[in-house]
Each structure stands twice: as C-alpha cells, then as structure tokens.
Design a protein around this ligand. Structure first.
Ligand SMILES: [Zn+2]
Ligand SMILES: [Zn+2]
Ligand SMILES: [Zn+2]
Ligand SMILES: [Zn+2]
Ligand SMILES: [Zn+2]
Ligand SMILES: [Zn+2]
Length: 281
C-alpha cells in the first residue's frame, strides 16, 4: 500500500487510511485489519501489551492461520450492500438470508437484494398473501442453492470448466495449531435475543471445504456460479421448480400423464423460456 500513514501519537499504531492495515511504528510489522477481524484478534490484543520480538513470533505463528482465512476473507470482502442506502457490510451472507440494514432498517435478501415483505403487503402475485415474510428471489439466489449438496454445486462448476478451492488458500492442513478443531472464521450478522450482532460463524469445518463450514463453503461455490453466470436450474428438484415459477407469478402446470423426468423437464423449459437469468449484483 502506498497511501502513506497517519500516525496516532498516543500509540505505536499506524493506520493506513486507504487499506486500513495497521503497522507498528517501531518494528513496521503490519497486520491486515480484515485478518484481525477474521481471527477475532484486535491489533491491540496482538501487540499492545507485548514487545516487537514477541509480536513477530505471534505473527509468524498465526500466518498459517491467516492463509487458511483466505477464502473466508474473500467472502467478507464481497460483502453485502444495502440496495436502498448502499451501505456495505464486510459480512458473509450466512444461513438466514433475511438481512436488516442497521443504517436505514431496510429488510432485504442478502443473496439477491430483493426486499422482504409481509404476505399482505406484497403485490407481486395472488400467492403472496398466503405467505409470511418473504422475498421474490431469482433462481440464482443463494436462497435456492444453500440446501444443495456442495458436490452438486461443484459439478455445475466442473461442467462449465470453472475451478474452485477445496483446501484453504496457501495454508497447509497439517498446521501445528493449538490442536483444537478448526472453526469457521467467517464474519456474519447474527440475530440474537438482544438484537443484531456481527460475529464469527464458529461452525465446524469439514475436510475439503476450503477451511469453511458447510454453509459458508456453499456460499463460496454459489458466488462462483454467479460470477460465471451459470444457470443452476439443472440441479433444482421439483419443489424448487414449483416455488421458482410461483414466486415469479407464473402458473405451475398440473402433472398429468408425464413421467417425473418429463414433468421436471417441462418446468425447466418454462423457467428458461419465461424467466431470463439475471446477473446478481
Ligand atoms: Zn512492534
Ligand atoms: Zn440501508
Ligand atoms: Zn432472520
Ligand atoms: Zn410476494
Ligand atoms: Zn434472494
Ligand atoms: Zn461458517
């Protein structure tokens, strides 16, 4: 980073105004603020109380951990932007797709940005009234894809020749850490009894999921699918296809003589014909 530094006279801390990296004024060791967030360790906790030598050792010990956070970091960097006030959050989308903007209180889907509305207040289709709080997600929204097997999503990417990670970026899985089971370090918004809070995911990390929990690995794969504009309709089951048509105000044809396979193909054809795949922002 070449933006120069603003020195905080009270501390040994230099903060870059552009990339927000924190550098020690004495030893010039820097720690990315995003990595700090991911590790749940603040710069203060890492260096304020200890010498520069001890800090260097701490940083070396944690660099493998930092590498393992590569994918997690990427997810947070893609972030969530409020479609109404454009405020951006460095958070992953997480399991609950219902996101409330803390700035303007707008409620929207973190996967596609569509507004969440109560059934009676939504006028998209006659079917809406019977629904509770809902949004009209396009079919490439994480809403439809979060329950799919990661393997199904991987196959979709493979067929299109798109590469994806299965191991943490640059990190070795043999890292001699504290010996504790790896927990997902992705930042997300959690709904707690006392309100909304940004916190680390903390779910267990299975092997082959690039250092992420199943949920956030799915989110990573879906993001790849969307940046390459792949149509996920091929991995939808019959229920997904019905919801997709109904939520978009289309009538679902009744299955008559067709086999299950033919009926599914018919629904897929309808979706492809009437609902063009739109790029997600
Ligand atoms: Zn230092
Ligand atoms: Zn907002
Ligand atoms: Zn919620
Ligand atoms: Zn509706
Ligand atoms: Zn959505
Ligand atoms: Zn996670």
């Amino acid at each position: 980073c070449s933006s120069g530094f603003i020195a905080n006279p009270r501390a040994r801390k230099l903060i870059c105004p552009d990339c927000k990296n924190v550098t020690c004024a004495q030893c010039r060791t820097s720690v990315s603020i995003i990595v700090n967030l991911m590790l749940g360790v603040t710069w203060e906790a890492a260096h304020e109380g200890i010498s520069c030598v001890a800090f260097a050792r701490w940083k070396a010990d944690n660099d493998a951990e930092v590498a393992a956070q590569g994918v997690a970091k990427h997810l947070a960097e893609c972030g969530i932007t409020c479609p109404k006030c454009k405020f951006t959050y460095s958070l992953a989308k997480g399991g609950c797709m219902h996101f409330t903007c803390t700035q303007c209180k707008f409620e929207f889907c973190s996967g596609c940005g569509q507004p969440f509305r109560q059934g009676k207040k939504c006028t998209v289709g006659p079917y809406c009234e019977r629904l509770g709080l809902h949004a009209h997600h396009p079919r490439n929204c994480l809403f439809y894809l979060r329950d799919k097997e990661p393997q199904q999503l991987q196959n979709l990417l493979k067929e299109a020749g798109v590469s994806f990670d299965t191991e943490p970026q640059g990190g070795s899985s043999e890292h001699q850490g504290s010996g504790t089971r790896a927990l997902c370090q992705v930042q997300e918004q959690k709904e707690l009894p006392d309100g909304l809070k940004d916190d680390i995911c903390g779910r267990v990390v299975p092997n082959g999921y690039a250092g992420l929990c199943r949920l956030h690995y799915t989110e990573y794969l879906v993001e790849k699918i969307n940046t390459h504009r792949l149509d996920p309709v091929g991995i939808f089951d019959e229920a997904d296809l019905r919801v997709c048509l109904r939520r978009n105000g289309k009538t679902v044809p009744i299955r008559r003589w067709e086999s299950e396979k033919l009926y599914k193909d018919k629904l897929i054809k309808l979706i492809k014909e009437h609902l063009p795949l739109e790029a997600l922002e």
